[in-house]
Write a protein that binds this ligand. Sequence first.
Ligand code: BTN
Length: 243
Amino acid sequence: MRIIKVNAIDSTNSFVRKFYEGNKDFEPVCVRAIIQTSGRGQRGSNWMSRAGENLTFSILYPQQKLNISRHFLLSATVSLAVLEVLKEYEIPDLSVKWPNDILSAKNKIGGILIENILKTEGIVASVIGIGLNVNQQDFEDLPRAGSLKKVTGKDYDLDELLENLVARIERNLKELPHRTTEDILEEYAGHMFRLNVVSSFEDTARNKFNGIIRGVTTEGKLNLEIEDAVFKTFDLKEIQLLY
Ligand code: BTN
């Protein structure tokens, strides 16, 4: 896949989306920004990343009218690809905090924001945005943020790491249509942060309650056991894991 490096742009996700509007026939492409002026995160948050120290990039990936119901499988596949590469870099204690925060121990080292381009016939392209904290060492006001360097003490070559990530994501996305839903969900669940242990959650009304993460549904809802053998599913807007 072609990788384009740009200096400063608002958001690589917004950039590749505009690229799609002008090029409906396209090969997969990856755009990496040295600095984003309005990097976006999940739940309407901002994504802050220091210039030149980390990876902020988006992949524009064509889809053959992917059914919207398979969206989460794509998201899980991307999270797993990132974990696979980081494991090869010997980053310890990796997990994915639902739906797609990349953690090393309790520290968030990466985040993924996937925005699908949806037409009446289905998803025609996916914008896969990834922010990975690599060589940045201090994160003021963000006690839970981490980076590869913070975890291992080593410096990383950003270009090489990006090439490895993009190659693995592309390979896994090509395999996706040949894999069963159960297989992907099982692999994803096996890497989930706080799987099968009692955790605290907060709902939109700020009520706190305990539950045990037992996995995810095909649509990517969190499956919680809230009492003995009583299960309830939640989507991203409905719940937050407190940790
Ligand atoms: C999260 O909230 O955890 C998701 C963060 C995703 C950030 C990346 S950085 C590259 C791409 N461009 C954006 O504006 N956001 C994503």
